[in-house]
Design a protein around this ligand. Structure first.
Ligand code: ADP
Ligand code: GLC
Length: 481
């Protein structure tokens, strides 16, 4: 039995701010149970889904030294869908209304979390063969493993993998403060280790010290070796390219299933979507106060509202886009500039634009099920899950050809009758607009072709089947057994 430990800052169904939570919450369930015992360690945030708080069982508690501090570490646990989750409890670090906040405070919080995750292992009697770390919040784990923990027999030989879900976020602060809050010696603060220019960088530590580094699509694994996508770590990514692997994400096919989804007005499947899917569109038009018209080309966007997601392109052509019969539905929160931009267009085109500036699992499912097309013109996209959810629900993705979007959406080819969506190459607003117009043209004038695009999209398999196997192969390769 191979023992794998996931350590991450979020996971469905306990706490979610983005796709990381979807991945951590669904991948462990998809490993072969006969061969893998995969468990997960998360922070116990006060803002976690309250539904599960009552189910957490107390395991133990102790005080842990972190640099000059001695901090309380509580350990709780629960089982969900066959996976054991441990929660690290400390009210000083994990209270507040959101999992993340001020950068410096977050660095201390996740330095604590990373050390605590390693420290609890003997107490929960779980010695993993591999610790699989996710994003900068857990970047210090591979470093700690090679540091003081390497002296304990229990930890010797434990391997680590660092998965990059988003290279943009690295956990950077001045070296002196980081030294102090992580309790690491000067030795680690040189340019070949944690030091990055004049600062300390958590993710860099993880990338340098992990045995393997992975990211969430093949294209992104290549892109981050270049200066444009490398976020100043492209040199390091090139240096580690022998140990760098791209494995595309899957989605939870039970949670995202148009046939059984209880959030949506009308269930449907690949056989009957031609007749049934439209009922969702009608219900959503009514719910959001949009014009009741089956024929409007309805475009959806569910996203964190940040510059990563290509919202500048949308802003540039929103008036042109809304000048004909489209309907545009947005669900998201994030930077104020984008929230206000969508609020403005909702006011200006009240009948055809609906801006929903909040977080709602339910509305997100309704949008995936109701819209005709789903727009994702990202500047960069390590993988992207929303386009996979759209494909699953027969909503045609319109994407920019970058990262995981390029790897998962096959562009429509009218000559060969191939493809599952529409895509454009350059980060250019009119290239995006032309692509949307082309999609509209197919939607209005070649309905049979449009429906075949949906057929192919719904048939494509983006469950975890193949990607979980690729992780299993990587684990075997790393362990040599
Ligand atoms: P990222 O991780 O960069 O945010 P992904 O496409 O990988 O992008 O994953 C985003 C996930 O977050 C999807 O499950 C999407 O449905 C969800 N999501 C984003 N914003 C919202 C929102 N406002 N309400 C509900 N779900 C959201
Ligand atoms: C990140 C990326 C997104 C990816 C997700 C899960 O948040 O922005 O592209 O799908 O992580 O891996």
């Amino acid at each position: 039995m191979k023992k794998i430990l996931f350590v991450a800052s979020e996971s469905v169904p306990f706490i979610k701010t983005g796709g990381l939570a979807d991945v951590v919450g669904s991948l462990p369930k998809n490993f072969n149970k006969e061969e893998y015992d995969c468990r997960v360690i998360l922070p116990k945030y006060q803002c976690m889904n309250q539904k599960y708080v009552g189910q957490l069982e107390y395991v133990t508690h102790f005080y842990m030294n972190l640099a000059w501090r001695s901090q309380y570490v509580g350990v709780l646990k629960t089982e969900f869908e066959g996976i054991t989750y441990y929660f690290i409890d400390n009210e000083y670090y994990f209270s507040g209304s959101k999992p993340y906040g001020d950068v410096c405070y977050d660095l201390e919080k996740f330095a604590f979390f990373s050390r605590a995750a390693l420290s609890i292992l003997p107490l929960i009697d779980f010695r993993p063969d591999i610790i699989h770390c996710h994003d900068w919040q857990t970047g210090l784990i591979p470093v700690f493993l090679k540091d003081t923990f390497a002296q304990g027999q229990f930890y010797q030989g434990i391997k680590s993998i660092m998965t990059i879900h988003n290279l943009k976020f690295q956990g950077i602060w001045d070296a002196k403060t980081v030294k102090d809050l992580a309790g690491l010696a000067d030795y680690y603060f040189t340019p070949d280790k944690l030091l990055h220019y004049k600062d300390a960088n958590f993710l860099k530590g993880g990338i340098v010290y992990a045995d393997y580094v992975t990211t969430v699509s093949n294209t992104y694994a290549e892109e981050i070796k270049t200066p444009f996508y490398g976020e100043t770590l492209d040199g390091l990514m090139r240096a580690r390219s022998n140990c760098l692997f791209g494995i595309v994400n899957g989605i939870d096919y039970d949670a995202y299933n148009p046939e059984t989804d209880t959030y949506i007005a009308q269930n449907y499947n690949i056989k009957n979507f031609r007749k049934e899917k439209i009922k969702n569109k009608r219900a959503l038009q009514q719910q959001l106060g949009l014009e009741q018209d089956d024929r409007k080309f309805m475009i959806g966007l569910v996203s964190r509202l940040t510059s990563q997601k290509g919202l500048d392109l949308i802003q540039c052509v929103m008036d042109e886009l809304c000048s004909d019969g489209v309907q545009f539905i947005v669900l998201g929160t994030g930077e104020e500039q984008y929230e206000n931009m969508f609020r403005h267009y909702d006011w200006k085109y009240n009948n055809s634009v609906s801006a929903n500036i909040y977080y709602s699992e339910e509305l997100s499912h309704k949008i995936y099920a109701s819209c005709d097309a789903f727009l994702m013109p990202s500047l960069f996209e390590p993988c992207g899950l929303s386009q996979l959810m759209s494909l699953r629900y027969g909503t045609v993705p319109i994407v920019r050809e970058t990262g995981g979007l390029k790897d998962t959406v096959e562009p429509y080819n009218e000559y060969e009758s191939k493809g599952t969506g529409f895509s454009f190459a350059n980060y250019n607003a009119h290239e995006m607009l032309n692509t949307i117009r082309y999609a509209e043209h197919v939607y209005y004038n070649k309905k049979r072709e449009w429906n075949k695009i949906i057929d192919r999209g719904m048939e494509a398999d983006f469950s975890w089947n193949s990607s979980a196997k690729q992780y299993e192969e990587l684990y075997s390769r790393l362990l040599g057994w």
